[in-house]
Design a protein around this ligand. Structure first.
Ligand code: GLU
Length: 368
């Protein structure tokens, strides 16, 4: 049900699903996965894949042992393996008429607002071109201080910045258990977690973290990030063929359900974010439109003050200079000065490039 209602889905696959313990590529599995993706796409879902495997495939090619690699060597190996990984996806997915692209991210790309907005736009443009972005950490330059470290956390940040509805973590366990299932026979799979901090209080995470690649801890961290962003997350066993269909039909997995909507999460994030960089004074007509849930257009702006960039947090004041909303500006102060008072369909001609038509989109605005 949760998948059916999701428009944007991020799927994370770990190295152990790409390469098995004998260092053999799991081609049959990848084909079954591609078939699942084809099905999701035919149902109009927007898909992002976060895939590990660069280091595993680099090691395979160079005949190195992953565990004995030092950081600088692993960066070089990741650079070699990343092409292998993308070749593998490209060859497999093209058989199902699926086009893929590559996005390599470093920590700041999702943690810094302006960079995350740019990254979000790239994802959206790729959706429009009908390409499936395949994301990995940019291991070739990431050092330990500036690393996500594991792709569970990377995937949850990607889900957050792209406003995804669901993050699927394909792991090598069925989900979250009451105890470590490899040790305790009476361990039970928890199928649904509605309140993360309350529901997992009684689980001894320490024992549970011993299984699974990234560990259960990083997965619970990812669940927290997702749930705060209004995104549901599911941990499922990716070792089975057709792993996404398995989630839909068998439901032998753990769902973490967010208590807040994506819009609520976004608005909370806007209001709690760093101090506003500038102000826009708008006319009465625009104020009325905003109160009725509309976006702010250039035509209704009377004055800009402060110096700010696209994506910055700004105050919106009425013509009596009373602040009544805050939001994220889709334009820089310099750009707004050029388009102030103009009709939205004149913006492209004035600026000389294609841009958004709203100065502050309604989803990026909160009344105060
Ligand atoms: N980015 C790493 C790789 O592609 C994997 C990190 C992880 O598995 O969490 O090899």
């Amino acid at each position: 049900m949760y998948l059916k209602n999701s428009k944007v889905i991020v799927i994370k696959i770990g190295s152990s699903l790409i390469v098995d313990q004998n260092k053999k590529i799991r081609k049959k599995w990848l084909s079954s996965f591609a078939k699942d993706i084809q099905k999701l796409k035919s149902n109009n879902k927007k898909i992002i894949i976060v895939s590990s495997g660069a280091i595993a495939l680099g090691c395979k090619k160079m005949n190195y042992n992953k565990l004995s690699l030092k950081l600088d060597k692993s960066q070089a190996i990741a650079s070699i393996g990343q092409i292998e990984l993308m070749n593998l996806f490209s060859q497999t997915f093209s058989k199902y008429k699926l086009s893929i692209s590559q996005i390599l991210l470093t920590l700041d790309d999702t943690e810094e607002r302006r960079r995350s907005i740019n990254a979000k736009r790239t994802f959206e443009n790729l959706f429009q071109l009908d390409y499936i972005p395949i994301v990995n950490e940019n291991d070739t330059i990431a050092t330990s201080e500036i690393k996500y470290g594991d792709n569970d956390r990377l995937a949850s940040r990607v889900a957050q910045i792209t406003n995804a509805d669901t993050l699927i973590l394909l792991s090598d366990v069925d989900g979250l258990f009451t105890k470590n299932p490899k040790v305790f026979k009476n361990a039970k799979l928890i199928k649904i977690v509605n309140n993360l901090s309350k529901d997992i209080k009684n689980i001894k995470i320490k024992g549970v973290t011993e299984f699974g690649r990234g560990g259960m801890n990083t997965k619970l961290e990812a669940a927290k990030i997702c749930n705060l962003a209004g995104c549901n997350m599911v941990i499922a066993n990716g070792l089975y063929l057709n792993p996404i269909s398995q989630i839909e039909y068998k439901n032998n997995c753990t769902w973490f359900i967010s208590k807040i909507s994506k819009l609520q999460a976004r608005k909370k994030w806007i209001i709690s974010s760093v101090s506003p960089r500038g102000e826009l004074i708008i006319d009465e007509g625009a104020k009325k439109a905003l109160i009725n849930g509309k976006s702010l257009l250039a035509a209704g702006i009377k004055k800009v003050s402060g110096k700010f960039n696209k994506g910055d947090h700004i105050k919106i004041l009425d013509n009596k200079k009373n602040e009544f909303a805050r939001g994220l500006s889709s334009f820089s102060s310099e750009e707004i000065n050029k388009i102030i008072g103009y009709h939205s369909n004149e913006i492209q001609k004035i600026l000389g490039y294609v841009s958004k038509s709203e100065v502050v989109h309604k989803d990026d605005m909160v009344e105060v």
